[in-house]
Write a protein of this length. Sequence first.
Length: 529
Amino acid sequence: MYRQILVDERDADLQRIVWSPTKHEHPSHYRLNTVTYGTSCAPYLAIKVLHTLTSDEKCNFPEATHILLHEFYVDDVLTGADNVADARRRRSELQTLLQAGEFTLYEFEMDEQSNTLGLVWTPKSDCLTFTLKLDYTITTFTKRQLLSDIAKLFDPLGFLAPIIIRGKIFMQKLWLTGLDWNDTLPDDLNAEWVTFRNELKLVPLIQVARWINISNTAYSYELHAFADASIHAYAAVVYLKVVSHTSVNIHLIISKTRVPPLKKVTIPRLELCAAVLAAQLCDKVRATLNLHPISTYCWSHSTTTIWWIRSDPGTLKEFVSNRVSQIYAVTTISNWRYVRTSDNPADCASRGVSMQQLMSHQLWWRGPEWLLRSEASWPQSALQNPDTIIERKSVQSAIAQTTQIDWFILEQYSSLDKLLSVTAWCLRFSLAVRGKQHESSPMCLWPERVSALTFWVKYVQNIVLKKDLLANMKDSAVNKSSILYKLHPILDSEGEPSYHFDHQTGTSTNIARWYASYTSPYSSTILGN
């Protein structure tokens, strides 16, 4: 394929080869004018050319362009049709489209068995089977050999998840023993592994239908994702329900399993992790199959998980909140429903089953039997509101107490000079309307400004020093927790906290000014700079 794609002449020098057969001959220069296999840009250029070809020819070959865009992997294509006539027509159209770009499609495989890393497709029976090459004569194992055995079982779609999870759980158990890679397993663990390994002889007997009944006769599709967790693992499994006019079929599409970290995690959290896995798998399958119309249902037997999903993530602790947000990204709250443990096929994958059980396990291969019926016939479980939902954030309340300021003047001026002038005029007006003696000068005099300052100092004292003032009025000691305790406050003849004299430094401090500077929001105005 690569050699059919010309490189721009300006880039050909980047693929120049200088060659001389012997050291005595003059070297020759060669330039590779086509895409060269092994260069980092080769796959991109090949796929880009195919996509450009589909863009140019999509009007002439609509079906073939769809196949080229969605069913090609570099230079291999895997496609099909509902009948032989449609398959031949698609093949002819695809060949014509590719020939327009000087590409030749060949090596068609119609009836030959196809094997990919142990996953085998037999076209005649249209089934997927598994091959597993293990040396069953080995009786003692190391951790290295054990991991090698697990890796040989290639199962990308998770059909054998209930079996493989047992190997993963055993591997984690072995990890806790602290054995080195080449240390022989203890007798009890070795015997357990040999028993499990012998069960794997039955793996080639499992057959999974490749065709999942997607056809033009189907009028409705449903995706059902199940989630479950145990103390050893958590799992998710997705089924496709295909409804046609003549039948209803359910197929296992994909499953995934995970073992929890060595650090202990609670079962409710593992159930939530399983729900995240189910949501992500469901979203992946929906995007890959691209079926319309399709409905999505997600199932969990953990009522805690379902209530977490129905809660506001902002009210939950970080671990739960993050995972609920991931679920929201690919599903909706209405997608999630409760399922009994006995009807949950993901339970098989989270706990593991024997090989003999798996071969005839209808719950695993077909899901719960009630899925074949309409939604109205499914089991209905009314979840009661729990008294408390675990993993909620602890709410810390902060109460801010504000002091009511009756005089708006303080909020109008940020300059002490202006505040004192305005206050002095207001005090003069107050004396005048009450018929009392007051200054008559057209200017605001200094004594009036002093009275104005005294007025505001007393006003602030009555707000911020209220408790301490009351304590002094009752001749009781100021509380030791008070910020004024060390200043030994006293009241003057007018009931105002007065000065405290420091005998060591010979300095005095006005308590009102000092305390207000720390506590009053208007201190910068009253005390000035």
